[in-house]
Design a protein around this ligand. Structure first.
Ligand SMILES: [Zn+2]
Length: 508
């Protein structure tokens, strides 16, 4: 599954990193080539309640003679807009890192894992410290790229429905009934890996990317870095030598953990994370690192069209009104419904008494029990239909809430476009391009397939957050699933982004 080749790069002697002790800087200048260092900070909010496992900001600093870059991974839901990380997190980091250790703002890449844990109020300060720690520990490294495979822990959460629409798998509302579901979308089982070893062969860092919402939680409900936190801990424990595993979230917009809606077992991210961790290790072990890897970084700002959400809002409000008007009264309440449903399950032919009474009535030409059964059956069916209508209403109202929020945001933005930052990073043969939103998995699969590089990967959730970014096709479903409702973008965004990302991949 994996292969490795690192592009050799002839480099001039490195300039000193301002954070380095003079002796180390002199070594860097003499040695040239690629240097790397790692640092970590605990950013768990210990005031917010019980903690199962810590959340981290981890830093990988990379430098050659010409370039210094920082990759920061943050165990948080997003870098802006939603969750506890403030929207100025990235700008605070960039400003501080430009001053010390002198990393250009364009060379700072920050990815949020999208775990739904709670981070402390001073997470930015701690992340900055992690980067400075990484810079202080710079050592010459060999680099290698490869891929792993993990198809046991994720599923596509969008469901193709019989009526042509798409539903989705969320805790915020009930699933659509089984008989309406006719298909599911793809997953991306590929793990992208950059391995960095010290020149004596000891591992320094494994940077890996995979696509899955890390939102399984732990049985106690305590704060957790979730699936990817467990995976990284497993990798670090197995590698030893102080090696760091850093996770970059991929195109996970429509990818959930497997068993996400299981009500028979406690929700537990640990076994899913362990599977991912083992797969990362198996692949990382096969990677052979080479010295002299090139380091490159590019940044583009792309203007994407905001959607006019008024038509989708009007359509969904009409559907809400239709559903509200479709409830039909019955004589049943919940208690009566559950009683009749249970009895019918046990004795569908004779729900109202034992069978001999039915035989007795039939012998005498009476139909009292069969008439009662018919009336109860009608009420049961109507009550069940009301429940399904209620489930639809819950879905519609939640998606209406999202549409209204984004409609308001787009109206008050004062511009018809939305600027997003795209980064490209090359380390040897490891090539990465990023997006500040929740890209659907199909977009990542397509970009990787069309890339001119063997080891190309796409990370969402990076350097900002603009909610979901589904495909143009998925946006035809606006209002019926989260990804298409929780979105600011017009469908044309996809073509513009894919063109820009392809250009970045070519430029690296
Ligand atoms: Zn999400």
């Amino acid at each position: 599954m994996s292969a490795t080749r690192c592009r050799a790069a002839a480099r001039a002697p490195a300039a000193a990193c301002r954070a380095l002790p003079a002796g180390t800087a002199a070594s860097a200048a003499a040695a040239g080539g690629l240097w790397a260092g790692v640092g970590r900070a605990d950013i768990t909010d210990y005031q917010a309640g019980p903690v199962n496992d810590p959340l981290h900001a981890k830093a990988l600093v990379l430098r050659t003679a010409e370039t210094m870059a920082a990759v920061v991974t943050v165990d948080a839901v997003a870098l802006a807009e939603i969750g506890p990380v403030p929207s100025d997190f990235l700008s605070i980091l960039r400003h501080a890192l430009q001053k010390e250790p002198g990393i250009a703002p364009d060379h700072v890449l920050v990815n949020s894992s999208h775990c739904h844990g709670l981070v402390c109020a001073d997470a930015a300060t701690r992340a900055i410290q992690a980067v400075r720690e990484a810079c202080e520990g710079l050592v010459p490294v060999a680099a290698g790229a490869g891929v792993g495979h993990e198809d046991r822990i994720s599923e596509n959460r969008r469901l193709r429905l019989r009526d042509g629409r798409e539903g989705d798998v969320r805790h915020a509302y009930p699933l659509v009934p089984d008989d309406e579901v006719v298909g599911v979308g793809p997953i991306d089982p590929q793990i992208g890996i950059l391995r960095l070893d010290r020149l004596d062969g000891r591992p320094l860092a494994v940077l890996y990317t995979f696509a899955c919402h890390p939102i399984q939680g732990v049985p106690s409900g305590a704060n957790t870095a979730d699936i990817t936190g467990f995976a990284s801990a497993a990798v670090e424990g197995a590698l030893g030598e102080g090696a760091m595993a850093l996770f970059l979230q991929g195109c996970a917009g429509d990818i959930n953990p497997l068993w996400y809606k299981d009500i028979g077992h406690p929700r537990d991210a640990a076994p899913l994370g362990a599977l991912l961790g083992v797969s990362v290790l198996q692949a990382a072990k096969r990677i052979r690192c080479q010295e002299g890897a090139a380091l490159g970084m590019v940044r583009r700002v792309l203007s994407l069209p905001r959607a006019d959400l008024a038509p989708a809002l009007a359509a969904l409000e009409a559907e809400e009104a239709r559903l509200l008007g479709s409830f039909v009264g019955t004589s049943l309440n919940l208690k009566g419904f559950l009683h009749l449903a249970a009895i019918r399950g046990l004795a569908p032919e004779h729900p109202s008494y034992d069978s001999h009474r039915y035989l007795h009535d039939r012998a005498l030409g009476r139909e009292a029990l069969t008439c009662l059964d018919a009336r109860n059956r009608r009420d049961l069916e109507q009550y069940a239909a009301n429940i399904l209508t209620m489930e639809q209403l819950v879905r519609v109202r939640e998606n209406l809430r999202l549409l209204r929020m984004h409609h308001e945001q787009n109206l008050t933005a004062g511009t018809v476009t939305l600027d997003v930052e795209l980064l490209g990073l090359r380390v040897g043969e490891f090539v990465l391009t990023t997006f500040p939103g929740e890209l659907s998995v199909q977009i990542g699969l397509k970009l990787k397939q069309r890339s001119p590089h063997e080891f190309s990967f796409v990370a969402g959730y990076t350097n900002g957050y603009i909610y979901y970014a589904p495909t143009a096709e998925q946006l035809r479903n606006r209002g019926w699933a989260q990804e298409d409702s929780d979105c600011l973008l017009a469908p044309e965004w996809e073509r513009l982004y894919e063109r820009a990302a392809a250009a970045i991949l070519r430029a690296l």
